[in-house]
Design a protein around this ligand. Structure first.
Ligand SMILES: Nc1ncnc2c1ncn2[C@@H]1O[C@H](COP(=O)(O)OP(=O)(O)OP(=O)(O)O)[C@@H](O)[C@H]1O
Length: 640
């Protein structure tokens, strides 16, 4: 009897364990199904759009959107009553000869009173799309911008081209504020643009009362909301005061609004539309691609990559301007000093500097007195230097959207420029702890890490997903490291390695010990004071390879983050992820694509340890078709 009970108990345990595994596999498959369905729907939408615009009239069509591509075509022309004036001022005031893509359409739409969202890559000339209409309209345009420094840069520029523009912000003097408030209801409009922060709209009743008066006097010609994605908490730069801007459209419904951003997905824009109370805005989206930018990822194989950066600046970018983005104010100071020691004219820039010092650095860099600004992300909005030839990230950005925007400060003159990111293991966890409070912070960071860890997909294709675009790698034109070098990579079976490293974390947790990712690496490499040294299966892989595998396991749910807070800092530990249990199943396997950095000897080591199942093989990026033809272009741009 006792034996029977024991047997039954043992079998029950095993069935339960198996069921747990099956449940995990189901949840994994369901997750995959959701992702594929959403991708399928997106692709169907894209195809539908392409078919409907190609169909002859009379064929069955989906319901007509309120503003069709055909309607939009009309606004690309120059036969409007304002066209002559707009063209003349483009040349006489802004000293520009022709419009860039979408600018004329945006200006025509705005001049004809439509509400508009304009999504245009950073540096492509969004400001002109509200500044030029402001000059060609009666009254003035109210511009909401998130940062005082950004406004001041714009005012400096507008002053240089003799456009009367003013600002009302926390640093305005009493006299200035008085003058501006009086000007707001002056029939002769002493200024054409009024820049304010969203906080000012939220907090100043006096400002709102003047705006109301101006509205009744038909002096409020237009509202421009710069960096409009800041409205949505799903955007990458949410600012609470932007949430209150709906008051503008509610109080001044007849004033056309233009929202501008470099990065916003359609769901972020939908959210912005709701928040701003705009009924049916027309969205103009310029293709996200910046064909002149070369994207590259390099491994940071030591704590510091300053030597490599210095070498690049001295050799590849001799006498050319650039930016080095770093993680913290301390890093900005330290890296700038290190570059100076290597005879590079570099200066730091971060939020904690005096405003006068910041503008001095900006000016010296703009006038080429210094070559490099070593900056935190505080150096960003409002930078308007056209000939930036390189943007190097000493540390990865916190999201792909942020990376796109930061790196996009390169090559605004359309000349070629490089965007290089140094991908370091420890940096991932520094950033992860920093974004711990952000709702989608970890997911966004993981996307950025996946971008860096990627070895076989065009870098632009990885970015495109974040901008709702379907991308055909051929259009990259070898302007990313993966496409250019056809990077050979290795597909390896890392199941055994995964089991070994997961066991390290499991054993630590069984004695209530938490391990940081660095400690896990050390323990696996047989270094450091690992308590369970005797039981650890030490690996002979290199540190970079060990790091790569740990990142892979983290990205794929075999590990997950375990944060711990102290009054001073947030610690990042690794714990078992929801898929770790799958490794107990002997049929479960994990493969990983790894860079060529892995030596053939290592491939052999991993292959041997993977036993029969080994599948380490050297592959390459998909070559061009054998007949040399490019595959059918799949890239579909959203409007227009
Ligand atoms: N039609 C044009 N032809 C040539 N240069 C232009 C044109 N329109 C704008 N520019 C220039 O492009 C640069 C960037 O413009 P702007 O600052 O408006 O970009 P942006 O899209 O607002 O960028 P960000 O996202 O960083 O705010 C400016 O130097 C501007 O003078």
């Amino acid at each position: 009897m006792a034996n029977n009970v024991d047997d039954a108990q043992a079998e029950l345990d095993s069935v339960e364990a198996e069921l747990e595994m099956v449940e995990l596999q189901i949840s994994e498959l369901l997750e995959k199904q959701t992702k594929l369905n959403s991708r399928k729907n997106k692709l169907l939408q894209v195809l539908e759009g392409a078919c409907s615009s190609a169909q002859p009239s009379g064929s069955s069509k989906p319901p007509k959107p309120s503003f069709s591509k055909q309607d939009l075509k009309h606004y690309e022309e120059s036969g409007f009553s304002w066209s002559e004036e707009v063209q003349a001022k483009l040349a006489s005031v802004f000293q520009l000869t022709k419009f860039r893509p979408l600018q004329r359409t945006a200006i025509n739409l705005s001049m004809s009173g439509k509400d508009l969202f304009l999504v245009m890559p950073t540096g492509r000339g969004k400001s002109l799309c509200y500044q030029l209409p402001a000059l060609c309209s009666k009254g003035y345009t109210l511009v909401i911008a998130p940062l005082v420094s950004l406004m001041e840069d714009q005012l400096m520029y507008l002053k240089s081209v003799n456009v009367p523009a003013v600002t009302l912000n926390s640093s305005s003097t009493k006299e200035d504020s008085k003058r501006v408030l009086a000007g707001m209801i002056d029939k002769n409009s002493p200024f054409k643009l009024l820049y304010v922060t969203p906080e000012k709209i939220a907090k100043s009743k006096l400002l709102m009362s003047k705006l109301e008066k101006a509205y009744n006097m038909s002096l409020l010609a237009r509202i421009a909301v710069d960096e409009v994605h800041c409205c949505s908490q799903w955007g990458h730069d949410f600012r609470p005061d932007y949430k209150l801007l709906g008051i503008l459209k509610r109080q001044f419904p007849k004033v056309p609004l233009v929202g501008l951003t470099a990065t916003a997905t359609s769901s972020v824009l939908k959210d912005c539309q709701k928040i701003l109370c705009v009924q049916e805005p027309i969205t103009l989206t310029a293709p996200f691609n910046r064909p002149n930018l070369y994207y590259e990822v390099r491994f940071k194989d030591s704590d510091d990559c300053t030597d490599q950066i210095a070498q690049l600046i001295r050799e590849r970018y001799k006498n050319q301007s650039g930016i080095v983005y770093v993680f913290s104010q301390k890093d900005a100071e330290a890296v700038a000093t290190d570059l100076q020691k290597r005879n590079i004219l570099a200066q730091p820039y971060h939020a904690n500097m005096e405003p006068s010092d910041k503008s001095l650095v900006h000016q010296r860099w703009s006038s080429k007195k210094i070559q490099v600004v070593v900056a935190t992300v505080a150096f960003g909005m409002g930078i308007d230097k056209a000939d930036v030839r390189f943007v190097i990230h000493h540390t990865i950005s916190k999201s792909i959207e942020n990376y796109y925007q930061e790196s996009g400060r390169a090559g605004r003159d359309d000349g070629s420029a490089d965007c290089i990111v140094f991908f370091g293991f420890a940096d991932i966890f520094r950033i992860s702890s920093m974004v711990v409070m952000e709702n989608t912070g970890q997911q966004k960071l993981q996307n950025m890490v996946a971008y860096c860890q990627n070895v076989d997909r065009c870098r632009r294709a990885m970015m495109a997903v974040h901008f709702d675009e379907v991308w055909d790698d051929d259009e990259c034109n070898q302007m990313c490291d993966v496409c250019r070098h056809g990077n050979e990579y290795i597909t390896m079976d890392i199941t055994k390695q995964a089991r070994d490293v997961v066991t390290i974390v499991e054993m630590a947790s069984s004695v209530d010990e938490k391990l940081t990712p660095l400690k896990v690496c050390d323990a696996w490499l047989g270094k450091g004071p690992a308590k369970h040294r005797k039981t650890i299966k030490v690996t002979s892989l290199s540190r970079l390879e060990v790091e790569s595998i740990i990142i892979h396991l983290l990205l794929h749910g075999y590990f997950s983050e375990d944060f711990s807070f102290t009054p001073y800092t947030t610690h990042f530990y690794l714990k078992l992820g929801r898929k770790a249990a799958l490794l107990k199943n002997e049929n479960h396997s994990i493969t990983m694509k790894m860079r060529r950095m892995m030596s053939q000897a290592t491939v052999k080591k991993v292959s041997e340890s993977a036993g029969e199942k080994s599948s380490a093989k050297v592959e390459g990026k998909r070559p061009a078709d054998s007949d040399g033809k490019k595959s059918v272009a799949k890239k579909v741009k959203t409007l227009p």
